[in-house]
Design a protein around this ligand. Structure first.
Ligand code: GLC
Length: 435
């Protein structure tokens, strides 16, 4: 899969100018034909999902998204089919990681494919997909649920004052640790020191060249007080904090805090490596809790929030997945019916109880049934609320690529910290200027 392909055709200025010219021409034609009105472009011209349409839906809804170890997508599709009686839902896995799923989805959307009615979209894709006019406007659906949702999850579906998806589940990184071998980590420095003390204490994380590495790196960078962009959108990655974190991670690979195999791990390989019992710490998402509980490590592991940077604070990166209706869906009403089901307060409890994922519905975290199955629900809610978003931009994939490629180059020993930081900043600046 070519993750290094250049920006999408509409993601550069020249193409945007062509598109604008075409829109202007279309608008002029429309004006002369109808005597008024201007045809807007991209997100603005998208059709809106009708919140009442779900009640009369029928047929099948095809939901497409990433491969998922937690079982939440297939499980929700099955529960919906059973509960609804008139509409069926099927989940189609298209891509092993978020990057691969995005490439697959973008190909379908660019080709106006009708294969998928609903996409499970990573929170980082909203601006890109909405700016291309690929999704139905879900403002009315989201407005109806908004009061019960964690505000940051609603923000992830927003682009230009409209909502383009319904929050399904949210995400925040956690540390799983073997409480008989290693201490609960209070700082990253303490975690790395403990991890290097004995061969069985090591730390596993997601260090492969992909989105997950951006997340793992930013979790440390944010807690060290660094940032990618400031509030005005200026590039701030060329900083002492970036250098400090890169050097810290590199040193950790050299001194045995982290096994070098992490450079090949995305979420599932990291989980499986940890299940061998040969490690002390693992950074992963909440869904790992339920899976780890079904292994021989069930009684020896504990869960902790991400640690603080020494002398700094604890922070995190907001993850999560939304339900977005394809502008080319041939069963929009069915897609609305599925969203109605997946976002009910009742199903949001199942999100936690059955799949160990983080609900977007705030009340779920204090439900007794949830607390029983997910004893760390209170801490998880605190982590979700403390997590910071990744940069919000229609060219986010290019920004992230500039981060993970250069972080990976340092970790794998093919670039110096200094060169990588400079390149990262340059590439992010170029990506931003391309839209
Ligand atoms: C999780 C998060 C998602 C993130 C991805 C990175 O699936 O929910 O937001 O982009 O991990 O691998």
């Amino acid at each position: 899969m070519d993750l290094n392909r250049p920006a999408l055709p509409l993601h550069n200025k020249a193409a945007n100018k062509t598109a604008l010219a075409a829109t202007a021409l279309a608008a002029a034609l429309l004006l002369s034909a109808c005597g008024g009105g201007v045809a807007p472009q991209g997100a603005e011209q998208a059709a809106a999902a009708d919140p009442s349409s779900g009640a009369n839906a029928s047929g099948n809804v095809n939901i497409c998204g990433v491969k998922d170890a937690s079982g939440i997508y297939k499980g929700t599709a099955e529960a919906f089919t059973k509960a609804n009686g008139k509409v069926t839902a099927k989940y189609t896995e298209i891509g092993a990681t978020t990057d691969e799923a995005r490439t697959q989805i973008v190909q379908r959307l660019e080709g106006k494919s009708t294969e998928c009615d609903l996409f499970v979209t990573d929170v980082i894709w909203t601006s890109e997909f909405a700016s291309q006019g690929w999704l139905l406007d879900q403002t009315k659906l989201v407005e109806a649920n908004k009061d019960r949702l964690i505000p940051s999850t609603v923000e992830t579906t927003k682009y230009q004052d409209k909502y383009w998806g319904s929050p399904f589940f949210t995400n925040a990184g956690l540390i799983y640790y073997q409480k008989d071998k290693v201490a609960k980590p209070e700082t990253w420095q303490q975690l790395y020191t403990e991890a290097a003390k004995a061969p069985g204490n090591g730390f596993v994380y997601q260090g492969k060249q992909y989105e997950g590495l951006t997340v793992n790196f930013l979790e440390m960078l944010y807690s060290a007080g660094g940032e990618v962009l400031d509030d005005q959108g200026n590039v701030k990655i060329d900083s002492d904090e970036t250098r400090e974190v890169l050097n810290f991670m590199t040193e950790g690979l050299k001194n045995g805090s982290a096994d070098r195999a992490v450079l090949t791990y995305n979420e599932d390989p990291a989980r499986l490596a940890y299940e061998s019992g040969n490690f002390g710490y693992q950074r992963n998402w909440p869904h790992v809790y339920r899976l780890l509980n079904a292994t021989p490590l069930a009684s020896s592991f504990a869960v902790a929030p991400l640690p603080a940077w020494e002398g700094g604070k604890a922070s995190g990166v907001l993850g999560g997945w939304n339900l977005a209706i394809s502008a080319h869906s041939t069963n929009q009403a069915g897609a609305v019916a599925f969203i109605d089901f997946a976002t009910t307060p009742d199903w949001q409890k199942h999100v936690a109880m059955d799949f160990s994922q983080a609900p977007v519905n705030e009340a779920a975290y204090s439900d007794p049934g949830v607390l029983q199955k997910m004893p760390f629900a209170t801490e998880l809610l605190a982590s979700v609320k403390a997590a910071k978003p990744r940069p919000i931009s229609p060219v986010y994939p290019q920004i992230s690529q500039a981060i993970y490629k250069n972080v990976y180059a340092v970790l794998s020993g093919t670039a110096s910290t200094e060169d990588a930081v400079k390149k990262m900043a340059e590439e992010i600046t170029t990506a931003k200027a391309s839209f």
